[in-house]
Design a protein around this ligand. Sequence first.
Ligand code: ADP
Length: 157
Amino acid sequence: MKLAIYPGSFDPVTMGHIDVLKRGLKIFDKIIVAVGEHYAKNYLFSKDERVAMIGEAVKGMPVEVRHFSGMLIDLASKEKANAILRGLRAVSDFDSEFQMAITNRKFSPEIETVFIMTRGMYSYLSSSVVKEVASLGGKLEGMVPPNVEKLLRKKFS
Ligand code: ADP
């Protein structure tokens, strides 16, 4: 069984994330979404909220969603994952993704990082854009799963 770990903030999960997951499932039998926390980031949604939102959006898919803290490669080797999955949108993503992949390889050479290139229609889409639009009362259709749209409306009402 081929297993990947898809780590990220997912604050909140967007259709871009879901698209990466769906396409990742053409390569992997199962994906663990590891919802983490960067020390330098402020989050709109708590970790519990982020986990619950993704869980609802991926119902029926061979995807497990869980909290994650600590070193990603420790989780990857504990789960015997074959790969770390990440998405790429623009050249601007490349630098930090490259750094992260090289660092993970240094710690754990046997785990590959696999990148899935965004679909054109999602190349502009990020959790930050979604929060910005939601805070201004704009339409979120097609940007986030329906359950996430509801929660965003509630947060900003
Ligand atoms: P992080 O804070 O770890 O970057 P994010 O939730 O912002 O967490 O992103 C998780 C991963 O999903 C990253 O690899 C990011 O590049 C990717 N991603 C986010 N949005 C998109 C999108 N619209 N298309 C493709 N990949 C995306």
